[in-house]
Write a protein that binds this ligand. Structure first.
Ligand SMILES: Cc1cc2nc3c(=O)[nH]c(=O)nc-3n(C[C@H](O)[C@H](O)[C@H](O)COP(=O)(O)O)c2cc1C
Length: 375
């Protein structure tokens, strides 16, 4: 029996991040674009897990009130940053224009235009400056290599541990060499954007595609830092499994999408809860979801729908330009209750989604985890 199994068999033991103690090996994933709210993050922290605020798409000024709201509760939390990509080349911009043409009949159906395809630097500098006043326990990053300088800056100014999202052993090794304190190992089952560092336009799947369990085991064999496992985890048995594979905690996103405190749209909640239709239409392999660039220009796992499927192969790999391009279309489809033209980010465990308060869901996961570790 290795060390981690010994710990697991002893029951649920607290773990530490950024010098704070977290009672449960459970993180509620940052979910930018609506689902993450300060109420969700605070409720998770109060229930013994770790909530993560999502800074993606927001300016530092828009993000600060959300951080302040959680800080006012005194609950320990983390913050997630999208790392900015790069400015598109002329060739990529012309691919975005061609994609716009392809989508025009659909936009006409909804009576909307397109957003301005644009680069966004994610206001990273200002966000880090702002976070210094709030001292979150951990800052996680996704969509790339933060690099040693940015990690050192977060350590020095924010005083937080840095968790870097990785999808392969190669990325893990570079992240640790750059000073990452923890890794978020994101498996192919995960809902939302793939955290791949480089998006190969010829690969619609979004990278190597290791399962969460495979990835945790492979990374554990390669580096020494604590690992947070993310992707397709829907119950206490799943959390126990990644703990046994060597992860210190599990990060669950989809499992919290339908809880009371989440800001998930009514349309997405209905699509997640009314699973029958999709289960009938799905192949067993991906259980009603698919990885597609159709909505944002970066591979992301969504509930399977018409737009995601239609442009799975041909949507340009030009994030976040495509995200901004399709924003009005997605907004109009959401308002019209048309689930076929909206990104419905969800992991492969979506059919087990629960309703109720975040504390209720954490309570159920805890009971299941306790039962799994006793077994
Ligand atoms: C709706 C949604 C939004 C997400 N937004 C973010 C985000 O802002 N930042 C991030 O690092 N990961 C984001 N993710 C990915 C999660 O961090 C995590 O990898 C994923 O939720 C784990 O898979 P699961 O959904 O099957 O639990 C998002 C996932 C979902 C479902």
């Amino acid at each position: 029996m290795d060390d981690m199994n010994a710990t697991t068999k002893a029951g649920i033991v607290p773990w530490h991040v950024g010098g704070r103690e977290i009672a449960l090996p459970l993180i509620c994933a940052p979910m930018a674009g609506g689902p993450t709210t300060p109420a969700l993050v605070s409720a998770i922290g109060a229930a013994g897990g770790l909530g993560m605020l999502a800074a993606g798409y927001l300016s530092a000024d828009a993000f600060e009130p959300l951080v302040a709201e959680v800080a006012a509760t005194g609950v320990v939390c983390g913050v997630n940053l999208f790392l900015p990509g790069r400015i598109a080349t002329d060739e990529e911009l012309s691919a975005v224009r061609a994609y716009r043409k392809t989508l025009t009949p659909l936009a006409d159906e909804f009576g909307v235009g397109f957003g301005e395809p644009a680069y966004f630097d994610e206001d990273i500098d200002a966000k880090i400056g702002m976070l210094a006043a709030y001292r979150p326990a951990v800052v996680s990053t996704t969509f790339g290599d933060p690099g040693a300088a940015l990690i050192a800056r977060i350590h020095a100014e924010v005083g937080a541990d840095v968790a870097v999202t990785v999808t392969s052993v190669e990325e893990a090794v570079v992240a640790v060499a750059g000073g990452a304190d923890l890794l978020v190992a994101q498996g192919i089952e995960a809902g939302g954007h793939r955290g791949i560092w480089t998006d190969d336009a010829t690969d619609p799947q979004g990278g190597p595609g290791l399962s969460t369990l495979e990835l945790v085991a492979a990374i554990r064999a390669a580096v020494q830092v604590p690992i947070i496992a993310a992707g397709g985890l829907a119950d206490g048995a799943g959390i126990a499994a990644v703990r046994s594979a060597g992860a210190v905690a599990a990060q669950l996103g989809t499992a919290f999408l339908c809880c009371d405190e989440a800001g998930t749209s009514a349309l997405q909640r209905a699509e997640l809860i009314d699973g029958e239709r999709r289960r009938r239409a799905s192949s067993e392999a991906d259980a009603g979801t698919l990885v597609t660039r159709a909505f944002s220009g970066r591979p992301a796992r969504s509930l399977r729908n018409a737009l995601g499927e239609r442009h799975r192969e041909d949507a340009p790999a030009v994030y976040p330009y495509v995200h901004y391009l399709t924003k009005p279309l997605r907004g109009a489809a959401t308002a019209a209750g048309d689930a076929d033209a909206v990104n419905l980010w969800a992991g492969t465990g979506w059919a087990s989604v629960r309703t109720g308060s975040a504390a209720d869901i954490v309570g159920v996961l805890r009971t299941e985890l306790e039962a799994a570790v006793r077994r």
